[in-house]
Design a protein around this ligand. Structure first.
Ligand code: NAD
Length: 475
């Protein structure tokens, strides 16, 4: 494979240093990656600074046309992008294809809505004309995680460029290839060189240099709470705004009257998708004591029937992204001081999967809510359950971690569903489901340690623009 070098000012930028990238399914090299440092980041930011004013001066319709063309090009290259994504991350090919479809949707959605996005007029009386204008920040720095590289790059690039920003994106160390391919498609679609730059490299080097760059006026970060803190500090030092999309420990609350078959199907999918490496994974099951056994039984059967294999084989579950991630999952599962292991609990024993960072779908039943496996983000296919007897206890359990990204309520009682939706501390609450397609249109983000600010939907455009108020005396 070719070395994945940064893409700056519409062209490849060779770095002096590179680092190897490994295939999570085999542990073998996938190819080298350019290791950008402060100089390459500076070159990308300066290219963005040159290109941004003209891009911001284009009409929303003109920018929107370019964005919708990017969506069409993503569709054209869907299979190629999906294969790159599957190899880099280890995720099953069909999930990577879905990611490419969602990526195209981001560009179309923001390409369409930006044409109807504007400020407002404030009626102060006949002698004063007051109005607000939405202005781009200028250069947005975006640092993203490895679990959904193509989706995360698309949601950052599409929303920020739609409203006239230029973006320098730092993909995760392990998964740079689809972000680079996407940046090339942006150029092919007609985005002026520099409007989108991608700096590959290590977090502590390229990521830190981007967060600290004096010309970056807004920082978007998707990743762990620990790194989010560092990025927020760097932003605070320069007094620039941030949107932080961090970890999660989201709960399904299943009440006694829930449709258990449907809940079992959706809980399984919400956890096992991407081998549990999803910020919004439904990794806790808060279940009414009266339906605990039948629901856990259904889940155990589903988990046990799951097939595993390399991403390109397109089984239910791929490997975890790296041996390091596998060790992290092992630490939580083997370190659990409570709960009964009902299924899984380790890597598969099949010889043909040797060398890969796999982990079997795991269910720990009746875990103490204070156990680290129940409080912290495992980021693997591991579900913990907590039984409850009344609604108040269910809410306390669901809200009982430092995180608050998603939550789901399973009940046929509409009033109770709304009551619970109001009581749950999470950025999104689903009733009798979990997610809605790619969720492109739905504001997304967390409370507490899950972060602050919102991406996706129209809320992203609010976050990526600043409001200017203009007041004109007419007398
Ligand atoms: P991470 O925090 O290790 O890395 C995220 C990004 O930050 C990478 O690009 C990395 O290179 C960069 N980085 C690392 N150190 C840095 C530093 N000192 N300065 C600047 N950048 C630095 O996270 P990860 O392990 O890649 O991703 C997993 C985490 O991401 C999980 O916690 C998951 O929940 C979270 N996540 C959240 C969302 C969301 O939308 N809320 C989506 C996906 C993943």
């Amino acid at each position: 494979m070719d070395t994945a070098y940064p893409f700056v000012a519409g062209a490849v930028l060779r770095t002096a240093r590179t680092y190897p990238n490994l295939d999570p399914a085999t542990g073998r090299p996938l190819g080298d990656v350019g290791r950008a440092g402060a100089d390459e980041v500076d070159a990308a930011v300066r290219a963005a600074a040159s290109a941004q004013p003209a891009w911001a001066a284009a009409t929303p319709e003109q920018r929107g046309r370019v964005l919708t063309r990017v969506g069409d090009l993503v569709d054209r290259d869907r299979e190629q992008l999906a294969r790159l994504e599957s190899q880099d991350t280890g995720k099953p090919l069909s999930q990577a294809r879905t990611d490419a479809t969602v990526a195209a949707r981001y560009f179309r959605f923001y390409g369409h809505v930006v044409d109807a996005y504007h400020g407002s007029q404030i009626p102060l009386g006949p002698d004063v004309h007051a109005y607000t204008v939405r202005e781009p920040y200028g250069i947005v720095g975006s640092i993203v995680a490895w679990n959904y590289p193509l989706q995360l790059a698309s949601r950052a690039l599409a929303a920020a460029t739609a409203v006239g920003n230029a973006v320098v994106l730092k993909p995760a160390d392990e998964t740079p290839r689809t972000a680079l391919a996407l940046a090339r498609l942006c150029t092919e679609a007609g985005m002026p060189p520099g409007v989108v730059g991608v700096v590959t490299g290590l977090g502590a080097e390229a990521g830190a240099a981007l967060a600290a760059h004096p010309l970056v006026a807004h920082l978007g970060f998707v990743g762990s709470t620990e790194t989010g803190r560092l990025v927020a500090h760097a932003a605070a030092d320069r007094v620039v705004p941030t949107v932080l999309e961090l970890g999660g420990k989201s709960a399904h609350v299943v009440l006694a009257d829930a449709d258990l078959d449907r809940a079992a199907e959706v809980v399984t999918r919400s956890l096992l998708q991407n081998a549990g490496q999803t910020c919004s994974a439904g990794s806790r099951l808060v279940v009414h004591e009266s339906v605990r056994e039948p629901l856990v039984d259904r889940l155990v059967r589903r988990f046990a029937a799951t097939t595993l294999g390399p991403g390109l084989e397109d089984r239910d579950l791929g490997p975890l992204v790296s041996p390091r991630q596998q060790e992290r999952v092992r630490g939580y599962v083997e370190g659990a001081a409570s709960g009964v292991l009902r299924v899984g609990g380790g890597p598969p024993q099949e010889d043909r999967l040797g060398g890969g960072s796999y982990w079997l779908p795991t269910l720990l039943d009746g875990v103490d809510p204070d156990d680290p496996v129940a409080r912290e983000e495992v980021f693997g296919p591991v579900l913990v359950t907590h039984p409850f007897v009344d609604e108040e206890e269910a809410v306390a359990l669901a809200n009982g971690t430092d995180y608050g990204l998603l939550a789901a309520v399973w009940t046929r009682d509409v009033a109770r569903a709304h009551r619970m939706a109001s009581a749950l501390e999470a950025g999104q609450v689903f009733v009798n489901g979990y997610g809605a397609g790619g969720g492109v249109e739905l504001p997304f983000g967390g409370v507490g340690r899950s972060g602050h600010g919102r991406e996706k939907g129209l809320a992203a455009l609010d976050a990526l623009t600043r409001v200017k108020t203009v007041v004109v005396r007419l007398d």
